[in-house]
Design a binder for this molecule. Sequence first.
Ligand SMILES: NC(=O)C1=CN([C@@H]2O[C@H](COP(=O)(O)OP(=O)(O)OC[C@H]3O[C@@H](n4cnc5c(N)ncnc54)[C@H](OP(=O)(O)O)[C@@H]3O)[C@@H](O)[C@H]2O)C=CC1
Ligand SMILES: N[C@@H](CC(=O)OP(=O)(O)O)C(=O)O
Length: 362
Amino acid sequence: MERRNVGILGATGMVGQRFIQLLAQHPWFEITWIAASDRSAGKTYAEACRWKLDTPLPPRIAAMTLQPNVPEGSAVELPKIIFAALDADIARELEPKFAAVGCAVISNSSAFRMTTDVPLVVPEVNADHLPLIEHQSWRKENGGKGGYIVTNPNCSAIGLVLALKPLEEKFGIESLFVSTMQAVSGAGYPGVASLDILGNVVPFIKNEEEKMQEEVVKLLGAAKGDHVEMLDARLTAHCNRVAVEDGHTECISIKLRKPATFDEIVAAWEGFKPLEGQHLPSAPDSPVEYDHAVDRPQPRLDRMRGKGMTTVVGRLRPCSLLDWKFVLLSHNTIRGAAGAAILNAEVLARLGKFETKKKVLA
Ligand SMILES: NC(=O)C1=CN([C@@H]2O[C@H](COP(=O)(O)OP(=O)(O)OC[C@H]3O[C@@H](n4cnc5c(N)ncnc54)[C@H](OP(=O)(O)O)[C@@H]3O)[C@@H](O)[C@H]2O)C=CC1
Ligand SMILES: N[C@@H](CC(=O)OP(=O)(O)O)C(=O)O
């Protein structure tokens, strides 16, 4: 695979830091450009960022200068691949500017997720939605050399949809109820005040329930030319913030379209390996793992399975209201954010959707 230069917009935030951590040793991508707010532009990364991860800040990145957060005026060449980790309002303004000049924008934010011709993608679930990019108006800009925007879902939706996809394929989904317990890192830094969350549960995360509900049916929908036909299933979500550092836990009750036994459902999860054989550096061997222990998954113990890219499912049991109920856990800033975007970029690279080449690796 050719090695490609990449940039990170929002590089100093919680998700931006995960991008740096995960890309520092990436075999296909090399960080050559970083940007954050105007407050940070011109500073070195070490000066501008409060590094919060448990691995050291890579010295090469620490010394890099944060560039202006627009395509023009950079002291270094603008890469053709931009990972974006911006708040939605800022993303809505900035991401199209980068797409218009020819960048592939791999976005984490919710700004364009539900836009008709923007693919909302988890590669194991709906990589076949990626051709939507060819319908985007940004493609036609820059003398026909415009770029595009690809998005990954909300962090809670990603964990959920990985567990749902094999069930939809084998049995069909009629309706489901999901209740989340979401980590504080999901709110960015500094996020929820310690006095609000310590010893407490906050039963409200702005727009989270709406995003989960609409994104899941797009992800499980069918791409039809320039749009996606949403999955015909009923879904309701309750979202709660809990005093956990990383890892979103979700309790699900589900009604299936066809009868399914315990063994058939577990086999559907364990046999779910749609990216097997593609050798994508960030793809876990098992996107979904079932844990038979009675008290798992737990965030502290299980969030790093598959290097943070595996959804861990447990406690499958009959539900007296719907058919089955279970619990899942997914790492919110790895599989739920930066890792998801990097995996999307790896799939785009495999599909030949990046044009910039730096050097060919032996
Ligand atoms: N945290 C999570 O678990 C998840 C987050 N997301 C989404 O990812 C995005 C980023 O989230 P997160 O990293 O948590 O947020 P943070 O608040 O931690 O970081 C925000 C980043 O945006 C930069 N920024 C702020 N204002 C501007 C501006 N006007 N122009 C350009 N850059 C700006 C900040 O730079 P500076 O340091 O200079 O202020 C910082 O780099 C959001 O859309 C979020 O919803 C998605 C999934 C999961
Ligand atoms: N809102 C999520 C994280 C997030 O930023 O989601 P989104 O990318 O949909 O805005 C949380 O608080 O855990």
